[in-house]
Design a protein around this ligand. Structure first.
Ligand code: MN
Length: 378
C-alpha cells in the first residue's frame, strides 16, 4: 500500500544537557533545573530557580519508559531525524521543546529571558537551518509582556513561523485573558506568527506537586494524569476566545497541540450557551459568536484519537491537524503508517488530505508542501 504522507503539528526536540549551563552567565546557570540524588539512590532533591523540592525517584520501569521516549537520535540530530520522518511518512513538523516545556515554573525574569533566547538560537542553528520541514517553535518568555514581545519579534526576524507559550504564565503574571496581553497578540498578528500552546505546560508549584504533570496519586493515577494534562489546552483556548483576544485580532491563529480535536465542538457549544444564556453578565461583548471564533482561529492536533476525524466530518470543525508527537511514547513513532491507515480507513480522499496536510498548510502557508512525487523521498 502507498504511504500516507502527513504533516505533524506536534513533535519535540530534546535540548543538549549542557545547553543552558554552557551558554548562560554563571549566576543564571546555577538556577536552571538540576537534580541531586541521595547516596542510597532512592530520593533526590530537585532545584529549580532557587526553589527546591524532594521527590522519591521513579521505579526502574518508569525510568525506562522516559528514557525510551527520548532515545531516537533524531531528538537532537537533524540528519537522523529526517531519516526517521521519511520512514514514518511525516513531511513537515511543528517542533516543541522537552525540558523547556516547564519554563512557566521559572520565576527569575533574566533567567527565563536568557535561557529561552539561548534555546531559540540553538534550535535555529540545529534544525531550521537544516531543513524547511522543521517548523520550530520560538519559546516565548511570559513573566513580563515586554520580554515576550521582544523575543517574538526577534524570532520572527530570524524566520520562525510559530511562537510557543506555556498554557498558563507563572502565577506572578496575569493570565492570558487579561488586557495586558493585547500588545503581544497584536505583535504576533502583525508578524504573522502562529501562537501555539502545547498541553500540559501549566506552571507547577514545586512545593505541592512531586513532579510536573502529576496531580493525582493512587488508583488510576497514570490515566488520570494523562487526561488531566489535556484540560490546560482547553482552558487557554477558552480564555483566548471569551476574553475577546481572538475577536480583536481576527488574523491571529492559535494552535493547541497534543490535546485532540473533538473537545472543540463541545467547548464551542458550552461557550455559545454561556454567552447567550448569561448575556447580561457577559463582558466583553464579542463581534462574533464564540463558537465561530473558536472554529475559525483555533487549530488542534491529535495523534490516536478515534473521534478527531469525526469532529470534522460530523461536527464541521475543519482545523484538525495530525501530530506524531515524535519522539514521545504517547505518539505514533514506529507505527505512524498503521495509525494513519486505521484513522482514514473509511474516509474520502478530501477528508484525509484536509487532516493530514490541508489544515497544516492553511496554518503555515510558507512551509513547502509534500512533493508531488514522494518516491524521491523514501
Ligand atoms: Mn507533544
Amino acid at each position: 500500500m502507498d504511504k500516507i504522507w502527513v504533516n505533524s503539528a506536534d513533535s519535540h526536540y530534546l535540548e543538549p544537557p549542557d545547553l543552558w549551563t554552557s551558554n548562560l552567565p554563571k549566576e543564571l546557570a546555577e538556577l536552571v533545573p538540576r537534580s541531586e540524588k541521595d547516596p542510597d539512590g532512592e530520593w533526590e532533591t530537585v532545584h529549580v530557580d532557587g526553589q527546591a523540592f524532594r521527590r522519591k525517584l521513579p521505579t526502574s520501569a518508569a525510568v525506562k519508559f522516559v528514557e525510551d521516549s527520548m532515545k531516537p537520535q533524531g531528538a537532537r540530530d537533524p540528519v537522523a531525524r529526517l531519516a526517521d520522518l521519511d520512514k514514518e511518512g511525516v513531511w513537515a513538523e511543528v517542533m516543541f521543546a522537552s525540558l523547556g516545556m516547564w519554563n512557566a515554573c521559572f520565576r527569575t525574569r533574566e533567567l527565563l529571558r536568557q535561557a529561552l533566547r539561548v534555546n531559540n538560537d540553538w534550535t535555529r542553528e540545529t534544525f531550521m537551518k537544516a531543513s524547511p520541514r522543521f517548523v520550530v517553535t520560538a519559546q516565548i518568555p511570559t513573566l513580563v509582556v515586554e520580554d515576550a514581545i521582544a523575543e517574538l519579534q526577534r524570532c520572527a526576524g530570524l524566520g520562525f513561523l510559530v511562537a510557543a507559550l506555556p498554557t498558563r504564565p507563572h502565577p506572578s503574571q496575569e493570565d492570558y485573558n487579561h488586557k495586558l496581553w493585547d500588545p503581544f497578540w497584536s505583535a504576533a498578528e502583525e508578524a504573522g506568527m502562529v501562537v501555539s500552546f502545547h498541553i500540559g505546560s501549566d506552571p507547577v508549584d514545586p512545593t505541592r506537586q512531586r513532579y510536573a504533570g502529576l496531580v493525582y496519586r493512587g488508583p488510576g493515577g497514570a490515566v488520570l494524569n494523562y487526561a488531566e494534562s489535556t484540560f490546560s489546552g482547553q482552558r487557554v483556548a477558552m480564555k483566548m476566545v471569551v476574553s475577546g483576544a481572538l475577536d480583536r485580532h481576527p488574523n491571529l491563529k492559535v494552535l493547541v497541540a497534543e490535546g485532540g480535536a473533538s473537545w472543540i465542538p463541545f467547548i464551542g457549544d458550552r461557550m455559545r450557551e454561556g454567552y447567550r444564556q448569561h448575556h447580561a453578565a457577559v463582558r466583553p461583548k464579542l463581534s462574533r459568536d464564540p463558537k465561530e471564533i473558536l472554529y475559525d482561529q483555533v487549530y488542534t492536533s491529535f495523534q490516536h484519537d478515534e473521534s478527531a476525524v469525526a469532529s470534522y466530518t460530523a461536527m464541521g470543525y475543519d482545523k484538525v491537524c495530525f501530530g506524531s508527537d515524535y519522539p514521545h511514547m504517547e505518539g505514533t513513532f514506529g507505527h505512524t503508517q498503521q495509525t494513519l491507515a486505521e484513522l482514514f480507513e473509511n474516509t474520502s480522499e478530501s477528508v484525509r488530505y484536509r487532516v493530514t496536510q490541508g489544515a497544516f498548510l492553511e496554518l503555515f502557508p510558507g512551509v513547502p508542501p509534500v512533493p508531488a512525487d514522494t518516491s524521491v523521498i523514501a
